[in-house]
Design a protein around this ligand. Structure first.
Ligand SMILES: C[S@@+](CC[C@H](N)C(=O)[O-])C[C@H]1O[C@@H](n2cnc3c(N)ncnc32)[C@H](O)[C@@H]1O
Length: 261
């Protein structure tokens, strides 16, 4: 999708988007008030942002194996760690929102597709120290860098799996009893995104939250987001433009919200 079309989409989002005062669902109002708009600087943030600052200035180059959207499979190219840190990691505002959602949910089993250098994995692991965060990364050199970062932060509740989501997800799900939080942040294509969602749904229950990155990034992702919203198990969805949040809570009336963030 061109930058112009994306900018147009963002403008339309800003026109549509509501804050807590435009929302009539008590559940969503409370979630906005207590979690989404929570401005607390949690003490866990500092160490991760210090790590990010180091990565943003890290001039090492690594060889990238790109399995994601728009890439030719196994095209090897070199990228600086600093560029990956600047362009691939969730910015603090979004990473900290994901932290707050995991903390609020008291998630125990967390799945992330798309580790990159491990910034969002670290936020998830710190949000729920008693959880296990399973995170999957297809690029071996990037995964190696993430592993070092987890060691540097002293995080022991992350299981990093290196490989293609398509190959690793079925195995991982077979070994997992249930998932509390799923963050899909890689391979932003329509069919894979819907397929990962459907596979994870098998291990989801009423309180599971799904978070999808880049729901308006391409026509394919727009279509994936529409398909996810239309799934019969999905009740509440929140479109925050850069991410979409999905709830399966049965007592909620099915409703899609566009939320200013
Ligand atoms: C946007 S980055 C993840 C950023 C990370 N969640 C964060 O916020 O710190 C997406 C990652 O997914 C990986 N990826 C994309 N498609 C993949 C696939 N099919 N299998 C495995 N990894 C994949 C890429 O190598 C990339 O590192």
């Amino acid at each position: 999708m061109s930058k112009f079309i994306q900018a147009k989409g963002y403008l339309l989002y800003l026109i549509d988007a509501k804050n807590r005062h435009g929302v009539h669902s008590p559940f969503v109002y409370k979630l906005l008030d207590e979690v989404i708009y929570d401005k607390t600087t949690y003490e866990e943030f500092a160490a991760i942002e210090e790590l990010r600052a180091g990565l943003v200035n890290d001039n090492r180059s690594i060889t990238i194996t790109d399995l994601g959207a728009g890439s030719t499979v196994n095209t090897n190219k070199t990228r600086r760690v600093s560029d990956i840190a600047k362009n691939s990691a969730k910015p603090p505002k979004l990473a900290q929102l994901i932290f707050r959602l995991a903390k609020w949910l008291k998630a125990e089993n967390i799945l992330e597709l798309g580790t990159s250098l491990g910034i969002s994995s670290a936020y998830l692991a710190k949000a729920c120290p008693n959880s296990t965060v399973y995170t999957v990364e297809g690029c071996p050199e990037t995964a190696k860098a993430a592993y070092t970062n987890f060691e540097q932060l002293g995080l022991e509740n992350i299981q990093l799996i290196t490989g293609n989501f398509d190959d690793k997800l079925p195995d991982l799900l077979q070994k997992t009893e249930r998932l509390d939080l799923v963050f899909i942040d890689g391979n932003h294509r329509k069919e894979p995104t819907i397929s990962y969602f459907n596979q994870c749904l098998e291990k989801a229950y009423e309180d599971t939250i799904f978070i999808f990155d880049d729901i308006h990034w391409s026509q394919g992702m727009e279509e994936a987001w529409e398909a996810i919203k239309g799934n019969e198990r999905v009740t509440i969805t929140l479109d925050l433009f850069f991410i979409g949040i999905v709830f399966l809570r049965k007592e909620q009336v099915k409703e899609d919200f566009v939320i200013r963030f």
